[in-house]
Ligand binder design. Sequence first.
Ligand SMILES: [Fe+2]
Ligand SMILES: [Fe+2]
Length: 213
Amino acid sequence: MDEIKLLERLKSELSEDRYLHSIGAMESAGDLAILNGVDVRRARIAALLHDCAKELSIEKMLIMAHRYKVAIDEVSMWETVLIHGPLGAKIAEHQYCVNDHEILDAIECHTTGKKNMTKLDKIIYISDYIEPYRDFEGVNELRRMAMEDLDAAVKFALDFTISDLLNTGRLIHPRTLEARNHMMILISMDKAISAQCLKTHSFAPFSVFITSA
Ligand SMILES: [Fe+2]
Ligand SMILES: [Fe+2]
């Protein structure tokens, strides 16, 4: 299904607010894809469909989860909003004819994040936060961060989510914690490698001097 047909179908199935949110996420994902060397078409389609299951009633979600064999873990049983990620991937596959597994994976993990997210996963995760219709304290700072450093923005958004869940006394999905810890390790490793490179570089002239002496 091409982008125009997807837009038409989503418009008929989602509320106006959800449709605008999906369009906004699509625009943000397209921009981030260009900045991060990711296929723009893939990013736009994944963002457009990321919430295709969000407005289903809980009864319908459970029926469809059973039909498409979506496993519902203990945390998602209590925080049923989390089901729309994995179920959305199945609906995108079976009802919107998406067979690109990178797109389906990005839709699947957009609510919780996960360990070892791909660039596309990260783009969809953060586009959901920063799309132009979002309005919360700090959103402009997060938009700027996302345009400059995708990993830093994803880690910031995961921290924000975890802190909000703690403050409101809600369950935290283990995949969110795994995602946050993994991003923190990744960023720390990048910093350590950069520091090592700088150190090596600063000693380079001295090494050349020793070698040639
Ligand atoms: Fe969502
Ligand atoms: Fe969303």
